[in-house]
Write a protein that binds this ligand. Structure first.
Ligand code: 4NP
Length: 154
């Protein structure tokens, strides 16, 4: 399974998702390819936000080697599942699609976690550290749900 997590800047939410999912896959011996990207280029080349790095470190995950990159059309070919962290990101990704097959790869991450569809991982960019703690937990539970659903897939 090849999974890409996408948010806006690729510095707050999707780097956490990448780090959390990679760690869970290692622990479970799942040979999945995991990456992340942003729909916008504001922060291309930057390390993850210091609060994203800190909340991950507090949970034993080092994401300091990640660098932000912008989503590219090629990603539709490279990945099996493209998880949007929020509905605005989902809409942007849909607008980049050229085929139905590409569209079918795009999934709202929290649709894997909650009965109620259409929820977004809140953007912690404008708030304090508690926002990052909330986001970490929600992303971690969503990753558990994804693993539970696809763990028998290669
Ligand atoms: P992210 O958060 O999408 O979770 O990485 C954001 C980071 C930066 C900006 C927006 C969201 N920005 O507008 O610069």
């Amino acid at each position: 399974m090849k999974i890409l997590f996408v948010c806006i800047g690729n510095i707050c939410r999707s780097p956490i998702a990448e780090g959390v999912m990679k760690t869970k896959c290692e622990q479970l011996n799942l040979a999945w390819d995991i990456d992340s990207a942003g729909t916008h280029s504001y922060h291309v080349g930057s390390v993850p936000h210091e609060s994203s790095q800190l909340i991950c470190l507090q949970n034993g995950i080092n994401i300091s080697n990640q660098r932000a990159r912008k989503f590219a059309a090629d990603d539709f070919k490279k990945f099996d599942k493209i998880y949007a962290l929020a509905t605005d990101v989902y809409q942007s990704l849909i607008s980049f699609c050229k085929t139905k097959e590409e569209q079918n790869k795009i999934i709202l991450l929290l649709d894997e976690l909650y009965e109620q569809k259409g929820k977004s991982v809140k953007d912690p960019w404008y708030g304090g550290f508690d926002g990052y703690e909330e986001v970490f937990d929600e992303i971690s539970f969503a990753c558990d749900a994804v693993i539970e659903k696809y763990k028998t897939a290669k």
